[in-house]
Design a binder for this molecule. Structure first.
Ligand code: URA
Length: 206
């Protein structure tokens, strides 16, 4: 019997996860668990955060702490369930003491994220926070470019603030909520959402 395309996709992701587990060159592997990612690989939307924290490391699942609870609420406000989107991070092991990921850590995990994205082939990537946004658009600035779609690596990217930052600032939370409201239109590829500022090297999507 012919394998269905979703089975092939899932098998490819499982193989990728196995490869990552076996890759002894990856940084942080001596101190943290692999948090590969989870969710619907056919939902069309992929959320990409920065790196796992303490709760994520313990449960080996992305965004399950306080920031994750806020992310769940924001997703629910769209009428979606968390299980209907895919969630992962650029660096897939927790940096010690929750410090920012180092450039060399981002580079080391990059080939795996690239393949994960290629396998899932999402219609829209929502980047959570500055690190994830700059992974796709190095010259972008989160304060200026959040809530504006852009096109990078042949993919539709929608940068928003990190939920952890929104937990620290009511104003940022309001902005994050407003940006989230645009996600369904972004997914549909609607041109009616406001135009992005011009970037020298990134072509605006709409
Ligand atoms: N912050 C992130 O960037 N990723 C997680 O998985 C959790 C918190």
């Amino acid at each position: 019997m012919e394998a269905r395309s979703e089975d092939i996709k899932q098998a490819a992701l499982d193989a990728l996860q196995g490869e990552m587990e076996a890759d002894h060159s990856l940084p942080l592997r001596d101190t943290a668990n692999l948090v590969f990612g989870e969710g619907d690989i056919h939902g069309g939307v992929m959320f990409v955060g920065e790196a796992p924290g303490m709760n994520e490391d313990r449960l080996r699942r992305p965004f399950v702490g306080r920031a994750g609870q806020l992310l769940d609420t924001l997703i629910a406000d769209l009428g979606w369930r968390r299980e209907e989107v895919y969630i992962t991070n650029i660096v897939k092991r927790r940096p010690p003491e929750n410090r920012d990921p180092l450039p060399e850590e981002i580079v080391a995990y990059e080939p795996y994220l690239t393949r994960q994205i290629d396998i899932i082939d999402p219609k829209l990537i929502v980047t959570l926070g500055r690190f994830s946004m700059n992974y796709f658009a190095p010259k972008a600035k989160i304060t200026r470019d959040h809530g504006h779609p852009l096109f990078a690596d042949g993919r539709r990217i929608f940068p928003v603030y990190h939920p952890a930052a929104a937990l620290r600032s009511t104003q940022m939370l309001m902005v994050l909520r407003e940006d989230f409201k645009k996600i369904p239109k972004m997914l549909a590829g609607s041109p009616s959402v406001d135009l992005p500022p011009a970037f020298p090297e990134q072509r605006p999507l709409f």
